[in-house]
Write a protein that binds this ligand. Structure first.
Ligand code: SF4
Length: 353
């Protein structure tokens, strides 16, 4: 059986086979990924109406690729008060958002309660609002900084009302590369352990992969393999989100951005290799809206959401600072021949638009 036949027969691919997929013609590969996508989701493209909030950019870590942290190249340090955050939530709630997505830098000066209390405040005022918050990198930082175990932090997250965990902080799992791009931050194994523990609490999470910087194709495949293995154990990942590295305002100094061709191949291969993660997100914030729309034909069945405001990737050059208008978003999906389906944060369908 050759590689293409194996993919069509839904046989699981080895590391070498997965890597070999990159040698295939882009459109042949896209067709294989699209067949998987259509078998799982038809022409539906999921999105949710959400609000991203990034409450502080003061960070104890020093990731080379980061343009967001005030300790890197961002000249505007800030830390929001809970009143400021609640004002944003109050305002966004009037626009029918279903989720707040709260991710911060690793601020050593706020106290643990600052990180946690806000979730309780949001949930007690808006019990129906899904709180997606704290990446595994933040969990690791809070555990180290406040001398607590991962279990203790995860238990506190459940107690304070976090519903699910975002997939940030995974970056690229290869240890040597990780050491180069984000030395000192949560290790690959710790990242996986934290998500495993979260899943063992009956909770769901997402997972990202930062690519298009110094990694090679084999590092991306290695990243996917480690995820596939954990997902076999826990089944707790809802969605895989390949994030395209943004080139501006950081210390990695990558001159040549990754090509659209390579991005689409990576999306398609993700859809094929990660046979046990149901959703593949084309995160328009880092890939551009246009390429995210094209990625629907290369395996992606989710375009994230309206976001409203985004500070982390826009600091590095992404055109995401003000999110995207809902009507425009829906029209774009429809115009590309797909069916926009609003979902909740756990992928229950809410409305076909
Ligand atoms: S990527 Fe996150 S952890 Fe790393 S420096 Fe930036 S804000 Fe800090």
């Amino acid at each position: 059986m050759d590689l293409k036949e194996k993919v069509v027969a839904a046989e699981r691919l080895s590391f070498d086979e997965a890597l070999k997929l990159y040698e295939m013609d882009l459109f042949e590969l896209g067709a294989l990924a699209d067949a998987k996508r259509q078998a799982m989701h038809g022409k539906k493209t999921y999105f949710n109406i959400n609000r991203h909030i990034n409450p502080t950019n003061i960070c104890a870590d020093i990731c080379k690729f980061c343009a967001y942290s005030a300790n890197r190249k961002n000249p505007n340090p800030y830390t929001m008060s809970h009143e400021e955050i609640m004002k944003i939530v109050d305002d966004a709630y009037t626009r029918d958002i279903k989720e707040v997505h709260i991710v911060s830098a690793h601020n050593p000066d706020t106290g643990l309660e600052w990180y946690l209390d806000i979730f309780k405040k949001i949930k007690s005022k808006y019990p129906d609002l899904h709180v997606k918050a704290l990446t595994a990198a933040e969990v690791d930082f809070l555990a180290r900084h406040y001398n607590k175990s991962y279990d203790a932090i995860l238990d506190l997250m459940v107690e304070y009302g976090v519903d699910s965990m975002p997939g940030g902080g995974a970056e690229i799992f290869d240890e040597e590369l990780r050491d180069y791009i984000c030395k000192g931050k949560v290790s690959s194994q710790q990242w996986l352990d934290i998500h495993q523990k979260w899943h063992e609490r009956g909770k769901k999470s997402n997972v990202t992969m930062l690519f298009g910087h110094v990694e090679k194709r084999e590092h991306r495949i290695d990243h996917m393999m480690r995820l596939r293995e954990l997902q076999d154990k826990t089944g707790g990942f809802n969605c895989f989100i390949p994030l395209v590295y943004q080139t501006e305002n950081n210390y990695l100094n990558i001159k040549e951005p990754i090509t659209a061709h390579e991005i689409l191949k990576t999306m398609a291969i993700s859809r094929i290799v990660l046979d046990n993660i149901p959703n593949l997100k084309a995160y328009w914030v880092t890939s551009t809206v246009n390429l995210a729309l094209v990625a629907q034909e290369f395996g992606a069945n989710d375009l994230d959401g309206t976001i409203e405001r985004e500070s982390i990737n826009s600091a590095a050059g992404a055109a995401s600072a003000n999110g995207i208008n809902l009507k425009e978003f829906i029209a774009l999906i429809k115009n590309t021949g797909f069916t926009p389906v609003e979902r909740d944060s756990l992928y229950n369908e809410l409305k076909e638009w």
